[in-house]
Design a protein around this ligand. Sequence first.
Ligand code: ZN
Length: 224
Amino acid sequence: MFNAFLQLLYPKLCFACEDPLFESEDFICTYCRISLARVDYADNSPWWLRAKFDGLFTYSEVQTFFIFAAGGRVQHLMHAIKYKGAQDLGKFLGFWAGQSLKKSHFFQEVDCVIPIPLHAKRLRERTYNQAECIGNGLASGLQIPILPLGLQKSLQSHSLIGQDRSHRFELLKDSFEVLADVRGKHILIVDDTLTTGATLLAAAEKIKAAGAKEVSFFTLAALK
Ligand SMILES: [Zn+2]
């Protein structure tokens, strides 16, 4: 009763469309839950997602949850997770994705999840790593462990702006350091949004070089 009263005074809003939520709804409304652009896990991972890595790196599987469109409701969600402190939302969506992926038999061979880290300075500014929030939810949905500090991001000495693709990649690659023992393991690297794939590729190269058996990728949203 008291909760209903509070909800009347300060309605909780859907993180995607910003309409007020019903008491029975968490984080996103039923309409958004059903209608947000998502990847169909009944099929193989989409070609446009695989095309970002094919021929560049030998990976095992790649998947995403939402299809990102600038200015849309998915962008609202991702913005809230990244910049507005919505850590629980990241965990909630990661868990939802993890459960759905498990049901559709994706990532069955994965040993553990490693999130893309933030550089220490940026972590201090933001106070949390959004990829870790998503990774935590995903790992519990998939029922596999997470190594939250498996990777470390060191200071990038040069700006990536104006660099060509291969030079960018070299700079990015050297900014990651593997801190966990990944030898012989199948690692699922997790990030919030996938655009070019350069960050995931750079982290994957380092993890493979540290002795991992296989690498797979998951992001909560991906640009088509
Ligand atoms: Zn909504």
